[in-house]
Design a protein around this ligand. Structure first.
Ligand code: PHE
Length: 467
């Protein structure tokens, strides 16, 4: 079985694919707003400490589990001799499934906006919020709602592209796709950075992002930075275990974890240096926000007030599109790899069926934004049982509970059950010594699990979403 298992065609192929997974919507529309709220440079500094101290050890562990077991995320734990830990894999698999349902739909919204900026910027500019609501099936003026079929078709196209890439396989599909998508993403990022930095008034934003305003930093800020790091690095789900299982024994996974984490962080920081100065220059500091409303609504004001705004708006959503595509592909691969191996199913039908199911569930996500009052259910100790919109409860479930739980499972497993020594041995299989083995052992046993536990506890006891 093992020798038939797919492998990346090259070292660069793997790094680009893993970085493609990590670099996603989180980097581009969540990170800048969080950095702004968390005191600009102060948040950056904290984030730049969290990534090497917690993110990198966690990523190395996931890659090591994947490569040592050469199995999908659920069976990986069993193959390493600890069937009792398969729950961590199940959590990872399930969270990837739920996230794909909505991430792919948000990808569809992004694709919609690529067209909006390509063909109808004036309509977007005229009423950014009304336009966004209309995309999601609500006529804000009359209050009438309708089935948002246009954006649903865009989501279908988005999902179809991802499914096509996954069907083509690890080397012929995912690797090849990332080899085009990631360089394209970097080029666009660079163009946007130059545009933002040369806007009159951008200097204030740049200065803010470099200033250490500790007055805005609270313990909560630290937790926000921490959960942002997990989400941004695609940890706690099946992804890095699955991608790690396709890495050849000759590869230095410790170095690769470093490269992937660095790339992801670099993109987030550059996105921060694009978005914040651009908003400062056009709307002023009060214009900064985060999340979907910010990315689709507030940014319209930024592009409207910038020379060449329509072109840069188009490029910005194209950037988001590439980021979202390569991330969704990785999510689907994690889900499908398990089904193929466990059920002995074929890649093509498995991908088509799972993507169809996730797309259908995602329709409920999109429709519950504004068009229809679909409710989910939620419980936390601060607010008790509540019935928030379905879209919110899907996000709460993944961000507040499942991602931290999946990440905790991997860290505890590596730190205390499989042992850091085995992970280090796996890292050293390439023939090179891993010089940070001692520090790694300490971080993965104590620092990472303790921090994740705090995220989990704060989320559940205070009812806040930190990611
Ligand atoms: N890392 C991605 C982002 O920053 C999100 C993601 C998480 C993608 C997990 C795949 C798996 O947006």
């Amino acid at each position: 079985m093992d020798d038939k298992r797919a492998q990346w065609g090259s070292k660069l192929g793997f790094i680009l694919a893993a970085a493609g997974s990590a670099v996603g919507l989180g980097n581009i529309w969540k990170f800048p707003g969080k950095a702004f709220e968390g005191g600009g440079g102060a948040f950056l500094l904290m984030y730049l400490l969290i990534v090497p101290l917690i993110g990198m050890p966690a990523m190395l562990s996931e890659l090591a589990i994947g490569r040592a077991s050469r199995a999908n995320v659920v069976d990986a734990f069993g193959k390493l001799g600890h069937k009792g830990w398969r729950w961590a894999g199940w959590v990872g698999w399930a969270v990837a499934f739920i996230i794909t349902c909505y991430y792919s739909h948000v990808g569809g919204w992004v694709l919609r906006y690529v067209f909006s900026y390509g063909f109808e910027t004036s309509a977007v500019y005229a009423d950014p919020l009304g336009y966004f609501y209309a995309v999601l099936g609500l006529d804000a003026a009359s209050g009438a709602t309708f089935f948002p079929w246009i954006v649903i078709v865009f989501a279908l196209v988005f999902m179809a592209i991802c499914a096509f890439v996954v069907i083509k396989g690890v080397k012929g599909g995912i690797e090849r796709f990332n080899k085009i998508g990631m360089p394209a993403l970097f080029v666009i990022l660079l163009i946007l950075f130059i545009r933002a930095a040369t806007l009159p008034g951008a200097g204030d934003g740049l200065r803010y992002m470099l200033s250490l305003d500790w007055s805005k930093v609270t313990p909560q800020t630290f937790l926000i930075a921490l959960s942002q790091a997990f989400y941004s690095l695609s940890l706690g789900m099946s992804i890095m275990v699955t991608y790690g299982s396709y890495v050849s024994e000759k590869e230095d996974i410790a170095k690769n974890s470093f490269l992937v984490c660095t790339t992801d962080t670099l993109v987030a920081v550059i996105a921060g240096f694009i978005v914040i100065p651009a908003v400062f220059a056009t709307l002023g500091p009060d214009g900064v926000g985060k999340g979907g409303g910010f990315a689709f609504v507030s940014l319209a004001g930024v592009f409207e007030n910038m020379p060449g705004g329509a072109v840069f708006g188009f490029l910005f959503y194209l950037l988001l599109l590439f980021a979202a595509l390569t991330s969704t592909v990785s999510l689907i691969e994690g889900i499908v790899a398990f089904l193929i191996e466990r059920m002995n199913w074929k890649r093509t039908p498995t991908t088509l069926v799972t993507c169809a199911v996730m797309f259908a569930i995602g329709c409920l996500y999109t429709c519950s934004q504004a068009a229809f009052p679909l409710k989910g259910v939620w419980f936390d100790f601060a607010n008790g049982v509540a019935f928030p919109p379905l879209c919110d409860s899907m996000e709460f479930l993944t961000a507040r509970v499942m991602i931290p739980l999946g990440a905790l499972g991997c860290c505890l497993f590596t730190g205390w059950v499989w042992t850091p020594a085995c992970a280090v041995a796996e890292a050293e299989r390439c023939g090179k010594r891993f010089p940070l083995a001692k520090a790694y052992g300490f971080l993965i046993r104590f620092v990472a699990p303790a921090s994740i536990l705090v995220i989990l506890a704060v989320s559940l006891f205070t009812g806040t979403t930190l990611s």
